[in-house]
Design a protein around this ligand. Structure first.
Ligand SMILES: Nc1ncnc2c1ncn2[C@@H]1O[C@H](COP(=O)(O)OP(=O)(O)O)[C@@H](O)[C@H]1O
Ligand SMILES: [Mg+2]
Length: 367
């Protein structure tokens, strides 16, 4: 099932939460929505699920207009961060639930439901938990059951909203690998929401970076890591250092900065900002250098070096055994040599022409 989202717009009161989202998810694809809290991820999922209605925009799934469909007619599998399993029902009954509440004409027979649940229990590696109750499960086990419940109805689309968010790191890693296998074998079209970069990049075919109701960038891990499309993405991807530079024939220039390792950029001459991660800079000792080492701390593997000039402080991370790390004692003067980095012109980008927005009346929710 392909999902086509066009110019999706949503505000609550006067606050814009989605500011024109355009996104196509291919059939069988696993896409991650990655963004900080409040960027509109959950709102977008709820609109796809029919739990929330947009102010404008289009939502077409496999060629049919979903904004005209009530939530129950969309057949969505949804797993939330805190998924409420029915506490008084066994794991088996929880998973069967979505099938047992189908209208009589569509409801499979008892034996068919039991077989389907057995199959899912095996497939999801939770057969040993079948007769337990949710209160007898760990957090990770509960989320496996929640996914089983979402998959039981053979959903058109699977929506996962930070499903592992409440679990500790080791359990999350296990579940990630498990979910990736489940996805590959079911081939379901899946949207996975997370604010965790590692989770997004490890799981997804494509990652959609969201910030403040907009899509900032769509790409794979390497593209987003190496070529952030906007200052927002650069910061979100760990660029904590921002240095003013002047662009000159595609080169970034500033005193105390050796930018010879950076490729030329197609940017206009004039002021720009260089965004760097602490691991992307080498301090080069120079008695006339602009920066001075003011602190040097080792955690065994990495040397964290703090350098200051009159105006700014930068933190640089070097492998402790790197040749460049030798001789950078406190007091040493140095210049900085970025090995990589993103540059954005400070000249205002042209304001994009607003594309046409289709208005339509709000539909009543019927759940
Ligand atoms: N029902 C609602 N009423 C008012 N504001 C809401 C509602 N739902 C979400 N918001 C606001 O919309 C913004 C985006 O929320 P959300 O979609 O939950 O973001 P995310 O899932 O990325 O954290 C937040 O500022 C949130 O406070
Ligand atoms: Mg959310």
């Amino acid at each position: 099932m392909s999902i086509v989202i066009e110019n999706m717009t949503k505000s609550f009161g006067g606050t814009s939460v989605l500011r024109g989202i355009d996104l196509t998810v291919d059939s069988g694809e696993l896409v991650a929505l990655l963004g900080p809290s409040g960027s509109g991820k959950t709102t977008l999922l709820k609109i796809i699920a029919g739990l929330e209605w947009p102010n404008a925009g289009g939502l077409v799934v496999n060629g049919s207009d979903w904004l005209g469909l009530a939530a129950q007619d969309r057949r969505i599998g949804f797993v939330f961060q805190h998924y409420a399993l029915f506490p008084h029902m066994s794991v088996r009954d929880n998973i069967a639930f979505g099938l047992t509440v189908r209208p009589r004409v569509e409801r499979p027979g008892k034996a068919v439901i039991a077989a389907r649940v057995d199959e899912l229990l095996q497939f999801l590696q939770i057969a040993h938990l079948a007769d337990r109750f949710p209160g007898q499960l760990s957090g990770g086990q509960r989320q496996r059951v929640a996914l089983g419940r979402a998959l039981a109805i053979e959903p058109t689309v699977l929506l996962l909203d930070e499903p592992f968010g409440a679990l500790d790191a080791a359990v999350r890693r296990d579940l990630r690998a498990w979910l990736r296998r489940v996805h590959e074998e079911t081939g379901s079209t899946t949207i996975f929401v997370t604010h965790d970069q590692e989770e997004a990049f490890e799981l997804a075919d494509r990652v959609v970076v969201m910030g403040d109701g907009r899509i900032e960038q769509i790409g794979d891990a390497d593209q987003i890591h190496d070529h952030p499309a906007t200052p927002f993405v650069a910061r979100f991807m760990g660029a904590t250092i921002e240095l003013p530079v002047q662009m000159h024939s595609g080169r970034a220039e500033a005193s105390g900065l050796d930018t010879s390792r950076l490729p030329r950029r197609a940017l206009p001459d004039g002021p720009a900002t260089l965004f760097l991660r602490p691991t992307e800079i080498v301090p080069v000792a120079d008695p006339g250098g602009r920066w001075q080492v003011v602190r040097c701390a080792s955690n065994g593997a990495v040397l964290r070096i703090e350098l200051s000039d009159d105006a700014a402080t930068v933190h640089v991370d070097l492998p402790r055994r790197a040749p460049e790390a030798q001789g950078l004692a406190v007091g040493t003067r140095a210049n900085l040599r970025p090995e990589a980095g993103a540059i954005f012109s400070d000249r205002r980008a042209p304001v994009p022409v607003q594309s046409r927005q289709q208005e339509f009346p709000r539909k009543e929710k019927s759940l």
